[in-house]
Design a protein around this ligand. Structure first.
Ligand code: UD1
Ligand code: UDP
Length: 357
């Protein structure tokens, strides 16, 4: 059996690492990897392939830094060429990036079966490019691997039960598999002097970075928090470019280059709490039993909010600061919260078994 994996952005490398490890256990499956090039800096791409020993991509498309239309269209053109040449049994895509959508559209037009890992997630915010990517990818998928009950419910409400070509399978979250396996390799980052107590932060979502008022509010909040507690911010290149171009003052925030996954796992294990607009990091905060202040108005990972370990604060400076300063008051005790929200750590295995079947 031949699987054509399409990936291109940081969270996809981590997810694909889990599934590729499982694929390698099946000598009868050949995985061919297309890296679209959406993320291309060493610390946004190569480092994950090295640390997690993901097989070297068979095809590198080098498409990045473009508008949504140009990026998705150019990716489609190249992915289509490879798909025709390789004629795989499955095209496998992850998450909700432009690389995901490009892979999905090519598969459906060529009548190649499509499997989507992280299907069924919805924020119900149609202004998010990721929401569009998720909805469209799911709609043309044959195998929809859902991480949570909520994801399954979302698909059922959208009528997926009635689509004869689509099969929904709840497998749990591959990010949990990744966390459980790779945490043994957690490594202190070398590019920052870490203080005893610190908060870990990431910001990269378009809704925050492309709106200067929101970005300034968030950074002002971080600066105020940093008066009491070190704030470490591994900075996405998108956000870095905007902070520099707008000349925003970020003096007392410990800004560093994006880190590898092993360094991120160390930061997660050792931080006091997390502030983020990332999807993946919200769950990893939960896995590491750290309160998470989410810099968005809504989340796809609603179960974290429901069990009281994640607070949605948007870009409201006062809210961010007051929750950060009274962190213990606002969150449920992790020991009283169910721990299996994201499966049993065997999602990768289930995905590959399903593809084989
Ligand atoms: C993309 C995904 C988002 C995901 C995020 C993970 C889409 C629509 N969005 O957002 O869902 O959460 O990846 O991190 O696909 N850049 C660099 N170096 C890099 C990577 C990016 O300089 O290695 C720059 C690009 O040139 C561009 C900007 O960052 O100017 C944004 O990159 P892009 O891939 O368009 O979107 P992300 O914000 O990374
Ligand atoms: N991550 C990382 N280094 C960083 C920032 C994030 O390894 O400097 C990891 C993070 O731990 C998580 C994944 O990247 O596993 C999430 O990716 P990102 O936040 O870019 O995307 P999202 O999950 O929001 O789509």
């Amino acid at each position: 059996m031949k699987i054509l994996t399409v990936l291109g952005a940081r969270p996809q490398f981590i997810k694909a690492a889990v599934v590729s490890r499982e694929i390698k256990k099946h000598p009868d499956i050949k995985e061919i990897i297309i890296h679209t090039g959406q993320h291309y800096d060493i610390n946004m791409s190569d480092i994950f392939f090295e640390q997690m020993q993901i097989p070297k991509p068979d095809y590198y498309l080098g498409i990045n830094g473009k508008s949504h239309g140009a990026m998705t269209g150019q990716m489609m053109e190249k992915i289509e060429e490879v798909a025709i040449k390789e004629n795989p049994d499955w095209i496998l895509v992850y998450g909700d990036t432009n690389s995901t959508l490009a892979g999905a559209l090519v598969a459906s037009k060529l009548h190649i079966k499509l499997a989507h890992v992280e299907a069924g997630l919805r924020s119900f915010n149609m202004k998010m490019p990721e929401e569009i990517n998720r909805i469209l990818t799911d709609r043309v998928s044959n195998l929809l691997f859902c991480p949570t009950d909520t994801a399954v419910e979302n698909l059922k409400k959208e009528g997926f039960d009635n689509f004869p070509y689509a099969k929904i399978v709840k497998v749990g979250d591959v990010m949990y598999d990744a966390y459980l396996y790779y945490r043994q390799f957690a490594k202190k980052p070398e590019n920052v002097k870490v203080e005893k107590d610190f908060a870990l932060c990431t910001i990269h979502r378009a809704e925050n970075t492309d709106n200067t008022d929101r970005l300034k509010n968030i950074l002002e909040a971080l600066k105020e928090i940093a008066e009491d507690l070190q704030v470490i911010l591994p900075l996405h290149p998108r956000t870095k470019k905007i902070i520099e171009s707008k000349n925003i003052n970020v003096d007392n925030i410990a800004i560093i280059e994006p880190v590898g996954y092993f360094e991120m796992l160390w930061l997660l294990e050792n931080c006091r709490f997390v502030l983020t607009d990332s999807g993946g990091l919200q769950k990893e905060a939960f896995f590491a039993k750290k309160p998470c202040i989410t810099l968005r108005e809504e989340t796809e990972w609603v179960e974290l909010v429901n069990v009281g370990v994640n607070k949605l604060v948007g870009a409201d400076k006062e809210k961010i600061v007051s929750i950060a300063k009274g962190i213990d008051e606002y969150f449920n005790d992790f020991n009283s919260v169910v721990s299996d929200l994201y499966g049993d750590g065997k999602s990768g295995e289930k995905i590959v078994e399903c593809l084989v079947r």
